[in-house]
Design a protein around this ligand. Structure first.
Ligand code: ARG
Length: 455
């Protein structure tokens, strides 16, 4: 007893039904489906296609159906193929034959496209809010560690000293871009309203689409009905935005994983966010970070899988498009499970400034040594070479760079004088990098003020 059973002489095969049905996953769009249907009923009334009395009955009925869903009392029946058929079936049970007028001039093709756009906007806004909380946690930690020194890395090799606040804030900006991408994808979802596109050719009734646009808070009516029913660009945009976000989460996780390794000990995850080993009593594992890192692969898979579904689809609606929802829902759900945990990990993270400081090596000031010569007039290329020779000399003598005597340094360049000792100061090295965006505490303070304005 499907809604489209008229032209068939045999019922649908059970296996096909199981394959075809989307009710298992699209029922979570019930609110959006009912919202769209209420708007559509009113538009039909406005166009004089159904009577004002019909509109009232349909709207009341739909609100009752929504109340059943909200209360968890909605009963599904065999034949509820998807959320659209389930809502309409129940509506007709509640208000009788007049419920059958709702689908006039509409198709599930423009209906589902509308529902998913509405759902996506709400989901992405929720994700954005959750990202903002993580950003706030990063800012809070960064503020505590504006002056804390730690090794900065390139190629996972110690490079130059940085402040821990600067390191933490580097992630703030990644997430700031993610929030921008999420907003962009949410905006893309609401750019064009598909309702009124019908199955493919546009509805034959004189619907005021612009009124639907304002009622459902879209930007404009879709300008081409064929495109409207098959456009899922916003789904791909959303999954890309969500994937990029998890990629950033995976990078943050990776840092926390190796920084929490006892060989580094720069950070410690709170006990509530660490896990143990069933065999090795001493273990403290950063499972939440590993899960965040690992789940990035899942989101990337959802995105690439869906892009593959879209590739080469012929004109108009094709059932392949039903494959849009599961990966999008999964990406969103997965992310919303990761984010609060990562936020809590950051909030409760303990940095260990002593360990960070102990990992600073005077070799990391070799650039500063070259800069010292530059300030004395030597071209940088030459200064780089001289500083490199100093590093080698110290290594040959089995001492640290700052332990070289002024005499041995003078053997490399006559520009070295006693004041070279002042180069070997990590805090001074960091403080010199006070350009906009630099690691100096003064710059990080400005960076944090900027970040707070954005939050
Ligand atoms: N469940 C379908 C989907 O998610 C709704 C649209 C069905 N349209 C159709 N022509 N069979 O795409």
């Amino acid at each position: 007893m499907t809604l489209w059973g008229g032209r068939f002489s045999e019922p649908t095969d059970d296996d096909l039904r199981a394959l075809n049905d989307s009710i298992g996953f699209d029922q979570r769009m019930y609110k959006e489906d009912i919202q769209g249907s209420i708007a559509w009923a009113k538009a039909l009334g406005g166009a004089g296609v159904i009577s004002g009395d019909d509109v009232e009955q349909i709207v009341d009925g739909l609100e009752n159906v929504r109340a059943e869903f909200d209360a968890g009392t909605f009963e599904f029946k065999a034949g509820d193929e998807d959320i659209h058929t389930a809502v309409e079936r129940r509506l007709t049970e509640l208000i009788g034959a007049v419920g059958g007028r709702l689908h006039t001039g509409r198709s599930r093709n423009d209906q589902v496209a509308t529902d998913l756009r509405l759902w996506t906007r709400a989901a992405l806004n929720a994700a954005r809010e959750a990202v903002a909380q993580l950003q706030a946690a990063l800012v809070e930690q960064a503020e505590i560690h504006i002056e804390t020194l730690m090794p900065g890395y390139t190629h996972v090799q110690t490079a130059q000293p940085v402040t821990a606040g600067h390191w933490l804030m580097s992630y703030f900006w990644m997430f700031q871009r993610d929030r921008g991408r999420l907003r962009h994808a949410a905006d893309a979802s609401l750019e064009w309203l598909p309702l009124g596109a019908g199955a493919l050719a546009g509805t034959a009734f004189p619907i005021e689409r612009n009124q639907l646009v304002s009622q459902l808070e879209f930007d404009a009516a879709s300008p081409n009905s064929l495109d409207a029913v098959s456009d899922r660009d916003y789904v791909a945009d959303s999954m890309y935005a969500l994937s990029m976000l998890t990629i950033h989460l995976s990078r943050l996780s990776e840092d926390l994983i190796w920084f929490s390794n006892p060989a580094f000990g720069y950070v410690a995850l709170n006990d509530r966010y660490s896990t143990g080993s069933s065999l090795m009593p001493q273990k403290r594992n950063p499972d939440p970070m590993e899960l965040a890192r690992g789940k990035a692969g899942r989101l990337i898979g959802n995105l690439t899988g869906f892009l593959t579904t879209l590739k080469g689809l012929p004109t108009g609606y094709n059932k392949d498009l039903q494959e849009d929802k599961e990966p999008l829902f999964d990406s969103f759900d997965t992310l919303m499970r990761i984010l609060p945990v990562v936020t809590a990990v950051i909030k409760t993270l303990k940095l260990n400034p002593d360990k960070m400081r102990a990992a600073l090596d005077p070799d990391m000031l070799a650039t500063d040594l070259a800069d010292y010569l530059v300030l004395k007039g030597m071209p940088f290329r030459e200064a780089h070479h001289v500083s490199g020779r100093a590093v080698r000399l110290a290594a040959e003598q089995g001492i640290k760079l700052h332990e070289l005597t002024v005499e041995s340094l003078r053997g490399l360049s006559a520009l070295f004088t006693d004041d070279v000792k002042e180069v070997f100061n990590f805090a001074a090295s960091v403080a010199r990098r006070s350009v906009i965006g630099g690691t100096a505490p003064a710059s990080v303070r400005q960076q944090i003020a900027h970040a707070k304005r954005l939050l």
